[in-house]
Design a protein around this ligand. Structure first.
Ligand code: SMG
Ligand code: MG
Length: 374
């Protein structure tokens, strides 16, 4: 029987974080997650939307994503008979990449499970394990930061990323570098600097960082290009890279020499692969960024990071580091070699536990293809 979506369910799930996560734009204590479940005759597929409660990382936020998925994306996605058809069906809707990615993921997962194919195989993944790094939020003190980092090093992480902002940059980096002279380290500013702060950013060159991520605003490719010429540390872009075309533009304009790929930010896994492919031909290394996903979203990232261009450590710490109880079982953990194994099972590789999703659900909505009017 041909693949067909029979119904789509939306769930809003609240998952408390084990420890609040602070970036320059704000602190998150509870993850407000939108899940999309595509039901088919052969089984279900799940997608996780990475929008946050508030539009602070990007313009998307969960209330808006839920509405756009329900009223504008699901009605257009019904006719999809294969995952590649989803993005073209959703293209008339402007923007909302995280909402679009969640719908594509649900369809992709259902389709792969029907076909018995793993996501890594479908995408062309070549690795059976990926190098994992941990993202460390802005800490209340240097002592707290050092305590947290030492826990991660003891747990097996080989790379740490420190969140920075003006006033929390050289000191924390110097403190961690002082304690761990050989640890692979990078920093992420989430756009909190301007060119007026170039002196503090240039001071980071002394610490042998792998990269500095998104120091300036999303649209400010010129400022990133100026910085890239002044720094010996490579400049990496995250928020600025919204599509493969934008990645090419950023690279051509000298705004970055490394790209962080997030499927939600670029509208789906197939566009994420296009970003990867564009970077590979230009000799630009990529790594997979994270959005504090549950095991559902993390599993997709893991498969994506198996592609050959992902040569740097990805922000892929296991979901159980953030959440007391993950939504998938079995879930995954970091291995003693600092890697995570890429699953070979079909779909995204990790079975969702419906009871856990049900326990954490605060709102749900269901749509049936047979009752569709639009
Ligand atoms: O998922 O391990 C993770 C966190 C990675 O720092 C991380 N993500 O800008 O790269 C980024 C941030 C966005 C997080 S939104 C709270
Ligand atoms: Mg980032």
């Amino acid at each position: 029987m041909a693949f067909a979506i029979e119904a789509v369910e939306l769930r809003r799930v609240a998952l408390p974080l084990v420890m609040p996560f602070r970036a320059s734009f704000g602190t998150e204590s509870v993850r407000d997650v939108l899940l999309v479940r595509a039901r088919t005759a052969e089984g279900d597929g799940w997608g996780e939307c990475v929008a946050r409660s508030e539009p602070l990382y990007s313009s998307e936020f969960v209330d808006a994503a839920a509405l756009v998925v329900r009223d504008h994306l699901v009605p257009r996605a019904w006719p999809a008979r294969a995952p590649e058809e989803v993005a073209p069906l959703l293209r008339p809707v402007k923007g909302h990449p995280m909402a679009k990615a969640a719908v594509e993921l649900a369809v992709l997962d259902a389709w792969l499970r029907t076909e018995g194919v793993s996501l890594a195989t479908y995408l062309g993944g070549e690795r059976d394990r990926v190098d994992v790094g941990v993202s460390v939020g802005i800490a209340p003190s240097l002592d707290a930061l050092l305590g947290e980092v030492s826990g991660y090093v003891d747990a097996g992480y080989r790379r740490v990323k420190l969140k920075i902002e003006p006033g929390w940059d050289v000191e924390p980096v110097a403190a961690v570098r002082g304690r761990y002279p050989d640890l692979a380290m990078q920093v992420d500013a989430n756009g909190s600097y301007t060119l007026a702060d170039i002196t503090s950013l240039a001071a980071l060159d002394a610490f042998g960082l792998l990269l500095v991520e998104q120091p300036f605003g999303d649209d400010d490719l010129d400022a990133h290009a100026v910085l890239a010429r002044c720094l010996s540390t490579p400049v990496c872009l995250d928020e600025s890279i919204t599509s493969a075309a934008r990645a090419v533009e950023a690279i051509d304009r000298g705004a970055c020499t490394i790209v962080s790929i997030k499927a939600g930010r670029v509208g789906g896994y197939l566009e994420a692969k296009a970003v990867h492919d564009a970077c590979i031909v230009r000799g630009v290394p990529v790594w997979c960024g994270g959005m504090l996903e549950t095991g559902i979203g993390r599993a997709f990232n893991l498969a994506l990071a198996a592609l050959p261009g992902f040569t740097l450590h990805s922000d892929m710490s296991p979901a159980r580091m953030f959440y007391a109880c993950d939504l998938v079982e079995p879930t995954f953990d970091i291995r003693p070699d600092g890697c995570i194994a890429v699953p070979a099972r079909s779909g995204n590789g990790f079975p969702v536990v419906p009871d856990r999703v049900a326990d954490a659900t605060i709102r749900s909505w269901e749509s049936d293809a047979r009752k569709r009017t639009s």
